[in-house]
Design a protein around this ligand. Structure first.
Ligand code: PBG
Length: 365
């Protein structure tokens, strides 16, 4: 077992090791590392020599069941549109999204997360399309549920940004995203999505108090079994750029930031407060987002709470790995699989990744 230590502890360990190294005979303090033995008797490379032993002592594992595949849906039939900033990811009409979901099911992927690309004509200031039972996300949810039954989880994102002309996740009043009025709309949005067949409601909006309000609304409407996965530690990140291209909210936002509701990338204690509140309000799982630059947050949550954790390898991370691989700077398969196991090692149960089908295929061998 890998021993986690805080900084002070580590400093003490290093000091002790250094001390015993330079003055072995006068050192009376037992080294905290002493149970590892010492060289030359102890050689960690023994357990790295052959594949069978490397696998035997591997501390973490990865299965397709850990994966959640985010997909983008558009109107129409038999339509597929490439996304320039995310090579290899297409926006799909619902019929193609159903086929993709059937493939996901077949590969053993745990769930799909549906993101609608709402036509500009259906966007409004208040994002009322979010509450329409016939909107893209609800229609896609019903179609996928019909095709895959309960074999595949369906995650629906709760937030208003795919539906608002200003591109923000909530209601904009006097240049500010108002909290409590937004939460009322989000709770209704969650119920509409649950009615369509969502298995997981995933609020990504970062309003205060939304988890409690959504849990209450779901329960009052007979959806006690619907899972709430809170985007609890969601940072105001520039890594969401390609996603905003994909759903078309980038031009709506027009350079505006989401810093008044998403977290400051400089903070980590605050992530603990967010998660503690969300657990109290009834979250079943919590998410950290983005993924790779925020693995310390995943580790910290794992150490502090016993609740399943999801991590989102976001669009910008996808783009980095993809473009670098296309330029032959990185080996695509190797870096993708390494990033997956790193998420699991840090403490994530579920991984949202645009690479999900590729990863599942690789795991199959
Ligand atoms: C919107 C939402 C975003 C993502 C998921 N849900 C973007 C944002 O907050 O601006 C980003 C996902 C990604 O970058 O892959 N509520």
């Amino acid at each position: 077992m890998l021993q986690r230590s805080n900084e002070t502890n580590l400093a003490a360990q290093i000091a002790t090791v250094f001390h015993s190294f330079t003055l072995p005979s006068v050192s009376t303090m037992p080294s905290p590392l002493s149970h590892f033995g010492s060289f030359p008797t102890t050689r960690l490379r023994r357990l790295r020599r052959w594949d069978w032993v490397r696998q035997m002592v591997q501390e973490t594992s990865l299965s397709p069941a850990n994966l959640i595949w985010p997909i983008f849906v558009i109107e129409g039939t038999n339509q597929s549109q490439p996304i320039a900033s995310m090579p290899g990811v297409d926006r799909m009409s619902i019929d193609l999204a159903v086929q993709a979901s059937e493939k996901a099911c077949e590969l053993g992927i745990g769930a799909v997360a549906i993101f609608p690309v709402t036509p500009q004509s259906k966007k409004s200031d208040c994002g009322k399309e979010a509450l329409c039972e016939e909107n893209l996300i609800c229609t896609a949810t019903r179609a996928i549920r019909q095709a895959c039954g309960e074999k595949l989880g369906i995650v629906c994102d709760v937030a208003l940004d795919p539906y608002t002309t200003h591109g923000h996740d909530g209601l904009l009043v006097d240049d500010y995203i108002v909290n409590d009025q937004t939460v009322e709309v989000l709770a209704r949005q969650a119920v509409v999505q649950a009615q369509a067949g969502a298995s997981v409601i995933a609020p990504s909006d970062m309003m205060d108090g939304r988890i409690g309000a959504i849990r209450k609304a779901l329960d009052e409407n007979g959806f006690q079994h619907v899972i709430v996965l809170s985007y609890a530690a969601k940072y105001a990140s520039a890594f969401y750029g390609p996603f905003r291209d994909a759903v078309g909210s980038a031009k709506n936002l027009g350079g505006a930031s989401k810093k008044t509701y998403q977290m400051n990338p400089a903070n980590s204690e605050e992530a603990l407060r967010e998660v503690a509140l969300d657990i109290e309000e009834g979250a079943d799982m919590v998410m950290v987002k983005p993924g790779m630059p925020y693995l310390d947050i995943v580790g910290k949550l794992k150490d502090n709470f016993s609740i399943p954790i999801a991590v989102y390898q976001v669009s910008g991370e996808y783009a980095m790995l993809k473009f670098a691989s296309q330029a032959n700077a990185l080996d695509a398969k190797a870096v993708i699989m390494e990033s997956m196991i790193a998420f699991r090692r840090a403490g994530a149960d579920a991984i949202l990744t645009y690479f999900a089908p590729e990863v599942a295929q690789n795991l199959r061998g």
